[in-house]
Design a protein around this ligand. Structure first.
Ligand SMILES: *[C@@H]1O[C@H](CO)[C@@H](O)[C@H](O)[C@H]1NC(C)=O
Ligand SMILES: *[C@@H]1O[C@H](CO)[C@@H](O)[C@H](O)[C@H]1NC(C)=O
Ligand SMILES: *[C@@H]1O[C@H](CO)[C@@H](O)[C@H](O)[C@H]1NC(C)=O
Ligand SMILES: *[C@@H]1O[C@H](CO)[C@@H](O)[C@H](O)[C@H]1NC(C)=O
Ligand SMILES: *[C@@H]1O[C@H](CO)[C@@H](O)[C@H](O)[C@H]1NC(C)=O
Ligand SMILES: *[C@@H]1O[C@H](CO)[C@@H](O)[C@H](O)[C@H]1NC(C)=O
Ligand SMILES: CC(=O)N[C@H]1CO[C@H](CO)[C@@H](O)[C@@H]1O
Length: 845
């Protein structure tokens, strides 16, 4: 066996090094590989939103889910954080990512942009780009085009050099230039059109031998392909009969904002949208996102995009299967692939039944395949099609691969639902000491002037308020604006003085003479707000220090790049004279001193210093731990949770700030930002057009309580360091570490299907909470039995499944016993518990 395995390995290695150029092209029906039309299922996985260590498993699961193509954007601001200084290391190793895709036998679509939107900071543009004199983004502007060309060329050359284009035998079959420009082009007038043509020419000039795509660009010049992005794309048609119908972004869910609820798009509705797209001639479709992942560090866009970018995608933030979505789509892919030949080559004919019910027949070479679609959101249709009677539920598509037997209905989910749970750190259970985390802390100083000087490096001084981007180049969230004000008149030294500041956001902390005078943040996705607080001034020189913090720069819309952030002004000190009239001191155009970043960022307080953790207490205090105090650094050590399951940390109790594990920035946290109380409902009807607020959950709860710590950030079974910068005030006493695993699984399978139950591989099915074969009612967690059911189903399932990590049961009366229900189709509903056997890790050691 060993030699056989070695032989296989050799073959695989050989295969991945065989360079076989592929001619990827397209015609009016599909993308073609060496002239052969293909149906392609694609899914977005953005490499910086996971880790290089996670990529192989994510891509494997995507392949198992039936994908052919992995799509990613290229993130310019991460690769070129400073002008002409590049980073392609760690999870920015684009070549390694594409090669991982290749090693799993999949294809890639490379959306270079370099504008990416993607809820990514500043849409993927480096902030320094904004500061190039005379530049205007995404239009006919020489400076912009020069820089865009420089970066785009770098990426194309890199792919070329590694022979990663399909024309060179590599996996990249499609590339994209620009991104959704059609949505905003009209704002740029004639220059917009000139820019689109320039983009198309640039892409063509690379001669990479694969097709280029411009998504959401109705006028994409030939031979650029135009494609559709949206929740539904069945009504989209390309701008030429010689181009295929392509869907580059089918949103599988939606992202989260601080203060927003948790979006959820049902498996039934995503499947419906995809099946309908294929019913109406689509041949290429991409799930945006297939794995959403995490906005580590300061990569999330604005306004106020959260650190989690889970997206309710088929693979969850941690890389676990999001069931039933993953499995329901997998089955759809299998069915559509089984009729690929007829779909890409066949003649299509629609038969209308009224009420938005349509049958579609594809036929080719004596074979045919059919779709029965019902886009009515309430009416369950019963239709006679080719002399057979069919029920087509509201908002569903049934697929009949032979035009007579239903192999798949988007409305009938035959896949388990997995309820994920956060399991508290096992290491903690065994060792009470580490559970009581020991904290050290230190202050972040409130910057102020001493004798007209600021300690440390002042970036610049100017008699005006500057856009935060211009000063920081986006290298930090934080910028100090510091000035001094002389008052002699005694109306200013009385009680009644107010400081009024207009700011462009997102958060402002104000200090007068080194004392905190107040903090405020923009709410509801609005950037601008006015800040007002009472202050006490003294006769003579007063120091006013403002710390402005950004929470992700905007990433979407015409001219989004010019939206100002930071303290925009005006800034007034206001009091009243003897007669009660308002007196204003306008300090807007004072000389302002700018200091970039926090003291602790510049001193790298977050860098791991484990080796001398106990000794290295310089500046860190062990006693007098402050709570509810702004500008506090905290740090602690913790053990890695046992096993391989993904790890997350609960940061409730804290206010707002950033967190680092062993020096890796795991993102901004803001657990005190609660989601709106209204707009959630306990039931979710998949029928009817999806919007991002439909089926939302989490009302009144923190938008994000748990934060992902990738396993590769942790030291194996050793001590790790968590560092927090707490900006708003909070306490670290609720912080706990957990692993993410399956708790309960529920499944529903209709007669004729096979029910598959599956826990994580380190778990077993330990108990059944509910089993009924007949006409059970309700949903996962609240199933109820009806009058009729087969009597011995539970025993049957126990025998097949208990103590196993996975099992499957064919759902039929023959197998499970007669139900006695007088219905067309019985179903089996099951709820079971997955647990990790007590001695699982002990045995492994
Ligand atoms: C690639 O395929 C397309 C369409 O099948 C064809 O028109 C083109 O000539 C081919 N190119 C090469 C280099 O073979
Ligand atoms: C910001 O970027 C510009 C180039 O766009 C550069 O000239 C300037 O020195 C940078 N400023 C800082 C503080 O890095
Ligand atoms: C990008 O700009 C640098 C100089 O800043 C230059 O050395 C390099 O050749 C340029 N790359 C391309 C492809 O033009
Ligand atoms: C959906 O079906 C109902 C019931 O038959 C009908 O009244 C309604 O007009 C249909 N809606 C559409 C948009 O066709
Ligand atoms: C500011 O002071 C005024 C009286 O001078 C008082 O009415 C007001 O409530 C104070 N505002 C705050 C926020 O303390
Ligand atoms: C204060 O100065 C700023 C900048 O010149 C100006 O925009 C603002 O209107 C002034 N405020 C008042 C009350 O005049
Ligand atoms: C082109 C397109 O469909 N864009 C959509 C992007 O997402 C938002 C939110 O659903 C839609 O409103 C846009 O129409």
């Amino acid at each position: 066996m060993a030699s056989y395995a070695a032989f296989l390995l050799l073959c695989m290695a050989f295969m991945s090094f065989t360079i076989e150029a592929m001619n990827v092209s397209y015609d009016g029906r599909a993308i073609t590989f060496n002239g052969k039309r293909k149906i392609l299922f694609s899914g977005s996985i953005h490499y910086p939103r996971s880790t290089a260590e996670m990529w192989p498993s994510l891509i494997k699961k995507a392949k198992e889910g039936g994908l052919d193509v992995i799509e990613t954007y290229v993130f310019w601001n991460s690769h070129e954080p400073h002008y002409r200084q590049y980073d392609f290391t760690g999870n920015l190793d684009l070549v390694r990512f594409i090669k991982t895709v290749q090693n799993e036998g999949l294809k890639a679509m490379l959306r270079i942009g370099p504008y990416v939107c993607a809820e990514w900071n500043y849409g993927g543009f480096p902030v320094w780009l904004h500061n190039i004199p005379g530049i205007e983004f995404r239009t006919n502007n020489a400076q912009f085009e020069h820089e865009m060309k420089n970066f785009t060329t770098l990426i194309v050359d890199m792919m070329n050099h590694e022979k990663l284009f399909a024309s060179q035998g590599g996996p990249i079959i499609l590339a994209q230039i620009e991104n959704e420009y059609g949505n905003i082009m009209s704002s740029y007038g004639d220059d917009g059109k000139k820019y689109v043509d320039w983009c198309a020419n640039l892409a063509q000039s690379y001669q990479v031998g694969i097709p280029w795509v411009m998504c959401q660009q109705d006028d994409a010049p030939d031979p650029m392909l135009n494609s559709c992005n949206g929740f539904y794309c069945d009504q989209f048609y390309p701008n030429s009969q010689n181009k295929p119908k392509m869907w580059t972004e089918n949103w599988t869910g939606w992202f989260k904002n601080w203060g927003g609820q948790i979006p959820h798009r049902t498996a039934e509705d995503v499947a419906f949208a995809v099946a309908r797209f294929f019913q109406y001639g689509g041949t290429y479709q991409n799930y945006y996102m297939y794995h959403g992942g995490t906005n580590f560090g300061r990569t999330s866009g604005g306004p106020y995009i959260t650190t989690s970018y889970d997206y309710d995608a088929p693979l969850d933030e941690y890389g676990n299967l999001n069931q039933p979505k993953w499995g329901h789509l997998k089955k759809l892919h299998e069915v559509l692939k089984s009729i690929e030949d007829v779909l890409v080559n066949g003649h299509r004919r629609d038969v209308e039944y009224g009420n938005m019910v349509t049958a579609t027949i594809y036929s080719h070479g004596g074979k045919s395949a059919c779709f029965l679609g019902n886009a009515n959101n309430s009416y369950d249709a019963s239709i006679n099609f080719q002399n057979n009677q069919y029920n087509v539920p509201a908002w569903s598509v049934s697929i009949l691969p032979d035009c007579s037997n239903e192999a798949y209905s988007t409305a009938k989910v035959n896949v388990q639902t997995s309820v994920m749970v956060m399991k508290e750190n096992e290491a903690a259970d065994n060792d009470d000491e580490s559970y009581n985390l020991k904290w050290q802390w230190r202050h972040e100083p409130f910057e102020q002037m001493k004798n007209g000087k600021i300690l440390g490096n002042v970036a610049l001084s100017a008699p005006q308020l500057l856009d935060q981007k211009v000063v920081t180049n986006g290298t930090t969230d934080y910028l100090w604006y510091i000035t001094s004000v002389n008052v002699d008149d005694n109306i200013w030294t009385k009680k009644d003085v107010q400081l009024r500041i207009n700011t462009n956001g997102h958060i402002l902390h104000a200090f007068v003479n080194g004392k905190h005078a107040g903090s405020q943040y923009a709410k509801n996705g609005q950037y601008q707000f006015s800040f007002e607080t009472n202050v006490t001034l003294k006769a003579g020189t007063n120091e006013i220090s403002l710390l402005s913090a950004t929470v992700g720069l905007p990433n979407y819309g015409a001219y989004f790049d010019n939206v100002e952030v930071g303290v925009g002004g005006p800034i007034h000190l206001v009091t009243h004279d003897e007669s009660g009239d308002e007196v204003v001191k306008n300090i807007t155009n004072n000389v302002w001193n700018y200091k970039i970043g926090l003291h602790g960022e510049n001193a790298k307080h977050y860098e791991m210093k484990m080796s001398n953790y106990e000794k290295n207490s310089l500046g860190w205090l062990k006693t007098g731990l402050p709570t509810d105090r702004i500008f506090t650094w905290y740090k602690t050590k913790f053990n890695s949770p046992v096993g391989n399951d993904p790890v997350a940390v609960d940061l409730s109790g804290l206010g707002k700030g950033q967190a680092w594990v062993n020096g890796n920035n795991i993102g901004r946290y803001w657990p005190t930002y609660l989601a709106d109380d209204n707009g959630c409902s306990s039931t979710c009807d998949f029928r009817g057009a999806y919007t991002s607020s439909k089926c939302a959950t989490g009302c009144g709860k923190p938008t994000q309580q748990w934060y992902h710590i990738p396993r590769s950030f942790l030291n194996d079974e050793e001590e790790n360091e968590l560092v927090l910068f707490e900006e708003m005030g909070g306490h670290p006493f609720n912080i706990k570490f957990a692993t993410v695993t399956i708790g309960n699984i529920c499944a529903n399978a209709y007669e004729g299907n096979t029910l598959e139950l599956s826990c994580h591989e380190n778990q077993v099915i330990s108990e059944f909470k509910f089993v009924s074969f007949g006409q059970p009612q309700g949903q996962c967690g609240s199933f109820t039995k009806s009058k009729c059911e087969a009597p011995n189903t539970l025993q049957h399932l126990k025998k097949k499944c208990l103590g196993k990590s996975k099992c499957s049961v064919h759902v039929s009366e023959k197998n499970l016993g007669a139900t006695g229900c007088k219905v067309e189709q019985n179903r089996l509903a099951v709820e079971a518990i997955c647990t990790i056997p007590v001695n699982y890790y002990a045995k492994k050691k």
